[in-house]
Design a protein around this ligand. Structure first.
Ligand SMILES: Cc1cc2nc3c(=O)[nH]c(=O)nc-3n(C[C@H](O)[C@H](O)[C@H](O)COP(=O)(O)OP(=O)(O)OC[C@H]3O[C@@H](n4cnc5c(N)ncnc54)[C@H](O)[C@@H]3O)c2cc1C
Length: 488
C-alpha cells in the first residue's frame, strides 16, 4: 500500500473504470511512474461493476469494445455480456500489473487547486492526497436518472433502477412495471419477461431498435481466433469502418433516409399486430438518439403476459400506476429503465476551479464545456476523460484511449519543459465550442426531431462531437502547448 498524505504525486488519476485503467497503462508504458489511481469502490470496472441487470452487455462488438493494447480472444459472444467485460477489465489490471497503483476504497470528496504550492489537494475518504496534476476518469454515464413522480412515496412494493439491480428480490410471479425503453430496458425486458406474471412496459418515446448481429463463440471458434489473431484484428477494423459509415450518416442526415425506410420495413416483419407496431414506431429520425440493437426485445413485447403502454408514467397512487392517458395498472414492482443523468457529471460536486468555486455550481444552469472534452476553463493542471462534446458513434474505449494519448503527451511535455501550471486559454475553449455548436446544427442529433440525452435542459447538445472520428483522433494526437497558458 502506498502511504497517503506526505508525498506530492506527479499525477493522480481518479476512477478505475475503462478510462482510469487506460490512463494507468499508458503512463506505465512511457515510464511515467509517479502516479496513483484513486477508486471509490472496492473493485475496478466502473460501468461494468455497477450495471449488473439481467442481459447487460455492450452494444458495440467486443473486438472494438476492448483496449487497443489488450485484445481478448476469449469473448463468448461477438457482443460480450457484463460479467465477461468486468472480468476482462480485472484481467487487464493484473496482466499489466496495475493493481499496486490502484488504491481501492478511496473516494475523492473534494479537489481544490492550491495556487501557492501549484498543486491539487485531494480530500478523500482515506485522508488527503497531493498532486501536481489530476486526471478525472470518473465516468460519463453513472448517475441513475429517476423521475420525480407525483405520489411515488405511496408505493408499497419493490422499486429499483436498472443500474442498482436488486438481485435479492425474486421477480418470479410478480406484476412488474418497467419505466422507460432505453438501452438498458431493451436488454433486461426480454430477460425478465418469462419470469414475471405481468409486465407493463411504459414507453414515452419509441426508440429505434435494430437487429443485433450477435453470435455465440464456442471453444473451437475461440481457439481459432487465438491461433489466428488477425481474424479479430480484421473484425475490429471492419466494425470500425461500419461505425465510420454510420457516423457519416449522423452528420449527413439525408444519407440516413433509406435506413429510416428500411428500419420501418423491418418493424413490419418483426411485429404483426399493427396497433403494437404503430406504438413502437419511432417518430424521429434514426440516429437522433443512440441506436439500440436487440433481437429479443420485440418478441418479448408480443408475449401474452406483456403490455406495452405507449405513454409516460405520470402518477403513482399506492400500488396503482397512472399513465399520461389515464390508464391505470396495479403492480408489485417498479423498475426504472430511465437511464442516466449525463448532462451534469457528478464529479462537478467534488472539484473546484482556481477561484474555489464548485464546478457543479457553475454548471447549475447549463451543461459543462471543455476543450476537446478534456480541459475545463479555470481548472488548471487537470484533465477530464469522456467530458463534453466528444461522443462519436464508436466504442467509448477508443475515444477514451485517444484522449489519454492527448493527456499523456501533455504530462510528458510538462516534465520536458518544466512548467508548473497549465490552463486552457479562454479564447481557445470559446472558439472551439462555438465551432462545435455551429457544426452540430446540421447533424441528426440536433435536427432529427428527438429529445435525447445528448441535449441538456436548455436544448443544447453538450455531448456529441460534430466531426469524424478520424478528425477527433488527429486533434487528440498531441497536446498543443499553444492552446494553454503556461507558468514556469
Ligand atoms: C449499461 C451501459 C452499457 C454501456 N454500453 C456501452 C457500449 O456498448 N459501448 C460503449 O462504447 N459504451 C458503453 N457504455 C458507456 C460506458 O460508460 C463507457 O463505455 C465506459 O465504461 C466509461 O468508462 P469510464 O472509465 O470513463 O467511466 P466509468 O466506467 O463510469 O468508471 C468511472 C470510475 O470512477 C469511479 N469514481 C467516480 N467518482 C469517484 C470519486 N469521487 N472518487 C473515486 N472514484 C470515483 C467510479 O467508481 C468508477 O469506477 C455503456 C454504459 C452503460 C451504463
Amino acid at each position: 500500500m502506498l502511504s497517503a498524505k506526505t508525498k506530492t504525486y506527479d499525477t493522480i488519476v481518479v476512477g478505475a473504470g475503462i478510462s482510469g485503467i487506460a490512463t494507468a497503462h499508458k503512463l506505465q508504458q512511457v515510464g511515467y511512474d509517479h502516479y496513483v489511481v484513486l477508486e471509490k469502490a472496492s473493485r475496478v470496472g466502473g460501468t461494468w461493476r455497477e450495471n449488473t441487470y439481467p442481459g447487460c452487455g455492450c452494444d458495440v462488438p467486443s473486438a472494438l469494445y476492448s483496449f487497443s493494447f489488450a485484445p481478448s480472444y476469449e469473448w463468448s459472444n461477438l457482443f460480450a455480456k457484463q460479467p465477461e467485460i468486468l472480468n476482462y477489465l480485472e484481467k487487464v489490471v493484473q496482466i499489466f500489473q496495475l493493481q499496486e497503483k490502484i488504491l481501492l476504497n478511496h473516494e475523492l470528496l473534494d479537489a481544490t487547486w492550491q495556487e501557492k504550492q501549484q498543486c491539487w489537494k485531494l480530500q478523500t475518504s482515506q485522508g488527503d492526497f497531493w498532486a501536481k496534476t489530476v486526471v478525472f476518469g470518473t465516468g460519463p454515464i453513472t448517475e441513475p436518472s429517476m423521475p420525480k413522480l407525483k405520489g411515488i412515496e405511496s408505493f408499497q412494493g419493490e422499486i429499483f433502477h436498472s443500474a442498482r439491480w436488486n438481485h435479492d428480490y425474486d421477480l418470479t410471479g410478480k406484476r412488474v412495471a418497467v419505466i422507460g425503453t432505453g438501452a438498458s430496458a431493451i436488454q433486461f425486458v426480454p430477460q425478465i419477461q418469462p419470469l414475471v406474471k405481468q409486465l407493463y412496459v411504459f414507453q414515452r418515446t419509441a426508440p429505434w431498435v435494430l437487429p443485433k448481429a450477435d453470435m455465440t463463440l464456442n471453444s473451437s471458434a475461440k481457439s481459432l481466433i487465438t491461433q489466428f489473431p488477425q481474424i479479430q484484428r480484421l473484425w475490429r477494423g471492419t466494425v470500425a469502418q461500419i461505425l465510420n459509415g454510420i457516423n457519416f450518416g449522423l452528420r449527413h442526415p439525408q444519407a440516413l433516409a433509406p435506413i429510416n425506410f428500411l428500419g420501418k420495413q423491418l418493424l413490419k416483419l418483426q411485429i404483426q399486430d399493427h396497433v403494437l407496431r404503430e406504438a413502437v414506431t419511432p417518430n424521429f429520425d434514426i440516429g437522433c438518439k443512440r441506436l439500440l440493437f436487440a433481437n429479443n426485445y420485440y418478441p418479448a413485447l408480443q408475449q401474452s403476459n406483456t403490455d406495452l403502454i405507449p405513454h409516460g408514467l405520470v402518477e403513482v397512487q399506492g400500488n396503482t400506476l397512472i399513465a399520461s392517458n389515464g390508464q391505470q395498472h396495479e403492480v408489485d414492482v417498479i423498475i426504472w429503465g430511465t437511464g442516466f443523468e449525463v448532462s451534469h457529471p457528478p464529479i462537478g460536486k467534488r472539484v473546484r476551479n482556481n477561484k474555489g468555486q464548485l464546478l457543479s455550481e457553475l454548471w447549475k444552469n447549463s451543461s459543462p464545456e471543455a476543450y476537446l472534452g478534456a480541459s475545463i476553463a479555470d481548472v488548471p493542471n487537470a484533465f477530464l476523460i469522456l467530458g463534453p462534446s466528444i461522443l462519436v458513434y464508436d466504442s467509448f474505449i477508443g475515444i477514451a484511449e485517444a484522449q489519454v494519448d492527448y493527456i499523456v503527451s501533455g504530462l510528458l511535455q510538462m516534465k520536458e519543459y518544466q512548467f508548473t501550471k497549465f490552463n486552457v486559454k479562454p479564447k481557445v475553449i470559446k472558439q472551439h465550442n462555438e465551432q462545435v455548436q455551429k457544426h452540430l446544427q446540421t447533424t441528426v442529433f440536433n435536427s432529427g426531431g428527438c429529445k435525447s440525452y445528448y441535449l441538456d435542459e436548455n436544448g443544447k447538445n453538450f455531448a456529441a462531437w460534430p466531426w469524424s472520428l478520424a478528425t477527433l483522433k488527429s486533434r487528440l494526437k498531441q497536446l498543443n502547448l499553444k492552446d494553454y497558458d503556461l507558468e514556469f
